[in-house]
Write a protein that binds this ligand. Structure first.
Ligand code: ARG
Length: 458
């Protein structure tokens, strides 16, 4: 039997359509439900609901979780947001006892909690994808550890490197992105539930118990801060913006290397599509789109920081504008990481072209100067001696060293020589293994929260 109830008075307003956030915050529904399960369990422990009432409310919440999962949940726009939709449906399902769910809690601490649970799950999902990308880069780097190519500064040929070294440079950037995302989750491991609207509750609630139940490190220290703190979202958006910047740099190299001018990459179907007009074209659209999408997360970061700037404590309705940028950036970056993870293994490097370019005598001008230095010439003098020949592009009298010989002398730690790259690959593999261990513990806390929505069968 379904009774369609009137909207509660607190969400009835002539400006209802403007105030509505359901289109965005319904994405948080599973976290909202998990948070409510923990809250009700706490209410039962401290005696604010009876064990029977708790059992009834928990069954109702899990029924709603099943309705949402099956796409059967009837969302009602006039109920303003996800929180009121859930609460009204609960009362439909279990009767007036459903009205006890919101005991000792406000939508202000509730939404802050939902967001932290969402953040943890979003980072977990993204980290899995990023580790996939890192491992793709690592495998390609291992296969190209001895492939010579020119290294660039100012996009001008500078000194010889190996392709493996270049690919690993991208690996380490993405690895720092993973590190930042994990650190963001760690700092966000504070439960705001119990802060109420702004000043806690006069009832004997137990925020520390709820925090532990949901896998957080601790409960809030200050109720005003707890309901208004959006630092986790701001950090997440910065992490995503920088990740998008890193992705755009890799994408740019793909675009350049796939041009006929460079010719380092075969123009295969994996790069993108053709032209509707020019029959010869094979465009690097995947990389171009990755490059272009960086604008989104950068804008999302600025949008959030701007919404937060100058807000008085504690909750202000401006904070409702926090979720759109985050959901957008997470979805966009997820697409970018997936596209790169598919692209990297499919890149067709033209080793002959790379070696040919690496044989350019210009690349070895520094080597020649350093040879003179090794024989005792002051560096500045050696620079002047080698300069004119090197700048004219002529091969020097004694001939240029081979790429292999030059790279063989560039094996100091962190260098581009094959031996240094082999050592770097070992470091990168160890790093990736450590990252997947951290990810397993994140997996467990996300799964713990998911399990709160499963029916207990004891
Ligand atoms: N929709 C609101 C948000 O996302 C939930 C909190 C509403 N609180 C309030 N006092 N109106 O921020």
């Amino acid at each position: 039997m379904t009774v369609v109830r009137e909207a509660p008075s607190y969400v009835r307003s002539p400006a209802g359509a403007f105030l509505n956030s359901l289109g965005v915050d319904r994405a948080l529904v599973r976290f909202d439900l998990s948070g409510s399960v923990a809250h009700v369990e706490m209410l039962a422990r401290v005696g604010l609901v009876t064990p029977d009432e708790a059992t009834t409310i928990l069954a109702g919440l899990r029924t709603i979780a099943a309705e949402v999962a099956d796409g059967r949940f009837a969302w009602r726009e006039e109920l303003e947001d996800v929180h009121t939709n859930v609460e009204v449906r609960l009362t439909e399902l279990v009767g007036p006892v459903g009205g006890k769910l919101h005991t000792g809690r406000s939508r202000n601490d509730q939404v802050a909690l939902d967001e932290r649970l969402y953040l943890r799950a979003a980072v977990r999902d993204l980290a899995h994808r990023l580790l996939g990308l890192e491992s793709a880069l690592l495998e390609r780097a291992a296969a190209e550890a001895t492939t010579p190519m020119p290294g660039y500064t100012h996009l001008q040929r500078a000194q010889p490197i190996t392709l493996g070294h270049l690919l690993l440079a991208h690996f380490w950037r993405f690895d720092r992105d993973v590190d930042r995302l994990f650190a963001t989750v760690d700092r966000a491991s504070v439960s705001p539930l119990g802060a109420g609207a702004l000043a806690g509750s006069t009832l004997p609630t137990d925020p520390a118990w709820v925090a532990a139940r949901l896998g957080f490190a601790r409960a809030f220290e200050n109720s005003l801060d707890a309901v208004s703190d959006r630092d986790p979202f701001a950090e997440l958006l910065f992490d995503l913006a920088l990740l998008a910047v890193h992705a755009s740099g890799l994408a740019e190299e793909v675009v350049l290397f796939a041009s006929k001018e460079f010719g380092f990459l075969e123009r295969t179907a994996a790069l993108g599509s053709g032209s509707s007009l020019m029959p010869q074209k094979r465009n690097p659209d995947v990389a171009e789109l990755i490059r272009g999408k960086a604008g989104g997360p950068l804008g999302d970061l600025v949008a959030l920081l701007t919404a937060l700037k100058g807000l008085p404590l504690a909750y202000d309705r401006d904070l409702q504008e926090d979720k759109g940028p985050v959901l957008h950036a997470v979805a966009s970056v997820r697409g970018v990481v997936d596209a790169l993870a598919a692209l990297v293994p499919a890149l067709g490097f033209d080793r002959a072209r790379l070696s040919e370019a690496a044989a350019d005598p210009e690349l070895y001008a520094t080597d020649r100067a350093e040879r003179l230095v090794a024989d005792g010439t002051p560096f500045r003098e050696a620079h002047e001696t080698v300069g004119p020949d090197a700048r004219s592009g002529h091969a020097p009298a004694g001939g240029a060293p081979s790429a292999a010989a030059s790279l063989g002398r560039r094996n100091a730690p962190g260098g581009p020589g094959p031996k240094a790259v082999a050592a770097q690959i070992a470091l990168a593999r160890a790093r990736l293994a450590a990252r997947s261990d951290s990810l397993s513990s994140l997996d467990r806390s996300v799964e713990l929260v998911e399990e709160l929505l499963q029916e207990k069968r004891e």
